[in-house]
Design a protein around this ligand. Sequence first.
Ligand code: NDP
Length: 390
Amino acid sequence: MRRITVFGSTGSIGVNTLDLIARRPGEFAVVALTGGRNVDLLASQARAHRAEIAVTAHDDCLPALRAALHGSGIEAAAGPAALIEAALRPADWIMSAIVGAAGLAPGFAALSQGTTLALANKESLVTAGPLLMAEAARHGARILPVDSEHSAVFQALVGEDIAAVERIIITASGGAFRDWPLERLAHATVAEASTHPNWAMGQRITIDSASMFNKALEVIETREFFGIAPERIEVLVHPESLVHALVGFTDGALMAHLGAPDMRHAIGYALNWPERAELPVARLDLAQIGQLTFRAPDEDRFPALRLARAVMATGGLSGAVFNAAKEAALDGFIAGRIGFLEMARLVEGVLSDMSSRQGLGNAAISLDNVLGADAEARRLTADRIAQGRI
Ligand code: NDP
């Protein structure tokens, strides 16, 4: 039996991962499941999958988790140290699906046991890509992409030489505000931004899709994952979300990956890799679909893409600052403290503050430095919001 652990099991990716596992009884032994505040779901998942341990990220949730697991024989634990301990429990396959930079430390720790890490938590690569890749190489661990675009690229590259890749094109649905004019975007509400036209995802990534910050993170993730030069990475708006990515080769060929917008495809590919197994996802009827459309993204309405290019040009700790400022700005937007367009302005301001003060590009990337830059960027973003300095 393959031993598996799921970080962020109570989230959208986590639930889809467990759905696939539940369909193959007897094949997997669940080691650890982790969540945040949704303790009832975490406990019921742990019971259903007979996990060894359930971990909540929050100490104050531990009594409720213990109570919900009472009599089951399943261990309960809480807090950052317990997450690391769960990451170190021997497992053959670990899903990293905590949302935000909080996923970095457990994912990093998991690599030290030389396991296979299925990486949904793109923030880890954006904040500390070189560090994660070096850690994986040091311990003979493997990182498999779970983001649908990166899984698509990974699949298109099977049997290919990366040196023959001319460009990588990742597609974007364009999110909830794909066709909104700039003036209207200024007044977009949290409810409007939390609805995705094609994908069912957690609230934070859905809002990040509407602002295209999600695509910005994915551009940086592409750079870190495949080691390709930033100028060779393109974004294409594709409202149907059926072509997830394309790889262009030096002979002019373009290999496209198509599939229904269902995360169980990319999760299932990572779960079964290097083999393929049948998955419960819809099959595309291209004759019925008839048409696929594409257009260039509008960086005036969605400046996050431009910021991603600046971050890649700077390098060093700028990815950590970019992501943390984005997360803090998103908190501000969800709390109704700033407007939709102000998120990008804030992130740009914090990047500029920190690069002039600290020389972000030259800083060494260690876990401590990344977490330090993350904390500083969150503090500066919160200060700017409090002072109305946007
Ligand atoms: P969700 O918001 O649905 O779930 C997030 C998970 O992380 C939950 O289990 C949540 O627990 C837990 N969590 C939240 N805060 C913390 C914290 N501080 N420490 C530890 N755990 C925490 O997110 P998604 O499933 O949508 O996304 C997860 C990751 O996968 C993100 O990095 C996202 O970018 C990426 N991703 C998601 C896709 C999708 O389709 N959803 C597609 C591609 C990538 P609880 O809910 O119990 O509080």
